[in-house]
Design a protein around this ligand. Structure first.
Ligand SMILES: Nc1ncnc2c1ncn2[C@@H]1O[C@H](COP(=O)(O)OP(=O)(O)O)[C@@H](O)[C@H]1O
Ligand SMILES: [Mg+2]
Length: 260
């Protein structure tokens, strides 16, 4: 057997390529991305619009197919190759392993907010129906939106929907949280609150969070920030050119709680 006891790798991307076929021809949005994320990291993936951030998260979660390469999630000592899982297995597996906050929220429009959160719990069966409702209300309280629990998503604002999407990602208490611009629609105070919440989940509960943002000013708040541009990861360590001024800002050692 292949003993991997010395590594704490949780998420591993090996030479991941994603090519979209469009009417205008093929477009490669990810170009051989390699990445390792360890247990308990709060990793930020920072890059401009169109850099490939959402595509990268879709490869990690397996909600879209990759063109080449492999994504491996190491859990309970047994590596799982995400894209080799059967279609009917992956949704349930993802539900247990990962909470996903989509850039476009993807709340179910015909369900109330509280039902949007109980649904993934009821599908995975970790909580009884009574517990799941209770937990859903607690999560809505955590993101400060409990008073709207019985409303439909269309009746609340984008920022409020984003908070519900965050609460839903936490529903099954997954070890991994994958969040696509989760503060993009929030005012700065609420965004700060969500950041604190994520940081606490990492520090107190050992969760692993991968969060995407186009906002470079957030870089220092992650335990590690990676920059993506044109479908390629640029890490500060790889920056051999002295003119890479803004890459120096993405110092992985500079944690958010030490910022001035
Ligand atoms: N379904 C798709 N079909 C074709 N091109 C796509 C598709 N999704 C994304 N792209 C293209 O891939 C590139 C990366 O997109 P995306 O991952 O959404 O970037 P980001 O999240 O960093 O803004 C963009 O040029 C985008 O236009
Ligand atoms: Mg995006």
């Amino acid at each position: 057997m292949n003993a991997q006891a010395s590594t704490q790798n949780l998420i591993e991307l090996r030479d991941v390529v994603k090519t979209y076929s469009t009417a205008a021809g093929d477009f490669t949005a990810l170009k051989r991305v390699n990445m390792n994320i360890g247990v308990g990291e709060f990793v930020g993936i920072v890059g401009k619009s169109g850099a490939g951030k959402s595509t990268l998260l879709n490869m990690i979660t397996g909600v879209d197919h990759l063109s080449e390469g492999e994504v491996i999630i190491h859990t309970n000592g047994s590596p799982v190759s995400v894209h080799k899982k059967k279609e009917d297995e992956i949704a349930l597996w993802r539900g247990q392993m990962m909470g996903v906050v989509f850039q476009s929220f993807q709340l179910l429009p015909m369900l109330t907010l509280v039902e949007n959160i109980t649904l993934p719990m009821d599908l995975c069966g970790n909580f009884s129906p009574k517990q799941s409702r209770q937990r859903a209300l607690e999560l809505l309280r955590l993101v400060e939106i409990e008073e709207h629990a019985e409303k439909l998503p269309a009746l609340i604002s984008g920022g409020q929907q984003q908070r519900v999407a965050i609460a839903r990602a936490l529903a099954n208490d997954p070890p991994i949280i994958i969040a696509d611009e989760p503060t993009g629609s929030l005012d700065s105070v609420t965004a700060d609150h969500i950041f604190e919440l994520f940081a606490r989940l990492v520090a107190d509960q050992g969760k692993t969070i991968v969060m995407v943002t186009h906002d470079e000013s957030l870089s220092t708040r992650f335990t590690r920030a990676l920059q993506i541009a044109d479908g390629e990861l640029i890490t500060p360590k790889l920056a051999t050119n002295s003119k890479s001024d803004h890459e120096a800002d993405l110092n992985p050692k500079k944690s958010w709680w030490r910022r001035k």
